[in-house]
Design a protein around this ligand. Structure first.
Ligand SMILES: NC(=O)c1ccc[n+]([C@@H]2O[C@H](COP(=O)([O-])OP(=O)(O)OC[C@H]3O[C@@H](n4cnc5c(N)ncnc54)[C@H](O)[C@@H]3O)[C@@H](O)[C@H]2O)c1
Length: 265
């Protein structure tokens, strides 16, 4: 039987309090990895870490960290590596969305999306690099998006940032290979999390109103996915755990779609 065994490994997951990050932390823990649950929301991260430890019998610790802050990211990586004694897997997952037409897109919202969705990937990877090299089998999994491969209207900051993440992933893969590090980008289509739900009001406005929030979500997401179903966070978590396993030793520098056929258009 094919089974993923990550016992003895330590995973550092950003944006892990909820949504896809939480699902990645769960899947890694289910495979035996200890997990650092890193999130802006320290209270929810603490609850998530406690629940993961109780459910999977691994060590899980919560760390409050704003990934926009390079110094805070560096300090959190250093603290977690010291607490756990190692850091083998870096999952760059924290991300936000903001939806508006280019002409109306606020500069501060653009900067915020870029700081969280793109710049933090560089900060965390740079900070984790010596630990990933020391591991000898380091893994970087960047949760990018189908919007790292294709575009949609009203998402200029997100599309630009996620395309940047796919590019960064390729650099990490090339520079990491001599150190036994693999780096890959997961590119999900629409996963039903708060990030998607919270876009509904802005999408209604961007479509000119006159439709329900549900209709706006379906028009923005399901019309683009031939499978016409929202993806479950656990599906993305399972892919993340696979990419951290030895089965994926030769997969590196790859943007991997999990998008119900969205990018096939
Ligand atoms: N949901 C989707 O359809 C979808 C599709 C493709 C890609 N993604 C990507 O998946 C990742 C996770 O998205 P999600 O849908 O689970 O979102 P979510 O909103 O459910 O969870 C995001 C988590 O990131 C945390 N976070 C936000 N800003 C942060 C910061 N500055 N520092 C630290 N943590 C911060 C939040 O507190 C939250 O716990 C994001 O990178 C997103 O772009 C999501």
């Amino acid at each position: 039987m094919l089974s993923i065994d990550l016992h003895g490994r330590v995973s550092f997951v950003t944006g892990a309090a909820r949504g896809i990050g939480r699902a990645c932390a769960e899947a890694l823990a289910q495979a035996g990895s200890a997990v650092a649950v890193v999130d802006l929301d320290g209270d929810v991260a603490t609850a998530t870490a406690a629940q993961i430890a109780a459910s999977h019998g691994v060590t899980a610790r919560a760390y409050a960290c704003d990934v926009r802050d390079a110094g805070a990211v560096r300090a959190t990586v250093t603290t977690a590596a010291a607490d756990f004694g190692a850091l083998d897997h870096l999952i760059n997952n924290a991300g936000v969305q903001f939806v508006a037409p280019v002409a109306d897109f606020p500069d501060d919202k653009y900067a915020n999306v870029r700081a969280i969705d793109l710049d933090s990937v560089f900060y965390a990877t740079k900070a984790a690099w010596p630990h990933l090299c020391a591991s000898g089998r380091g893994r970087i999994v960047n949760v990018a998006s189908v919007h790292g491969l294709v575009a949609s209207p009203f998402k200029i900051a997100y599309v630009a940032s996620k395309h940047g993440v796919v590019g960064m992933t390729k650099v990490f893969a090339i520079e990491g290979a001599p150190h036994g590090i693999t780096a890959n980008a997961i590119c999900p289509g629409a996963v039903m999390t708060d990030l998607v739900r919270n876009q509904a009001p802005e999408l209604v406005a961007s479509y000119g109103g006159g439709i329900s929030e549900q209709e706006a979500l379906e028009r923005a997401f399901l019309d683009a996915m031939p499978s016409r179903r929202f993806i479950e966070p656990a599906e993305v978590g399972a892919l993340c755990a696979f990419l951290c396993s030895d089965f994926a030793l030769s997969i590196t520098g790859a943007p991997i779609s999990i998008d119900g056929g969205w990018a096939a258009h």
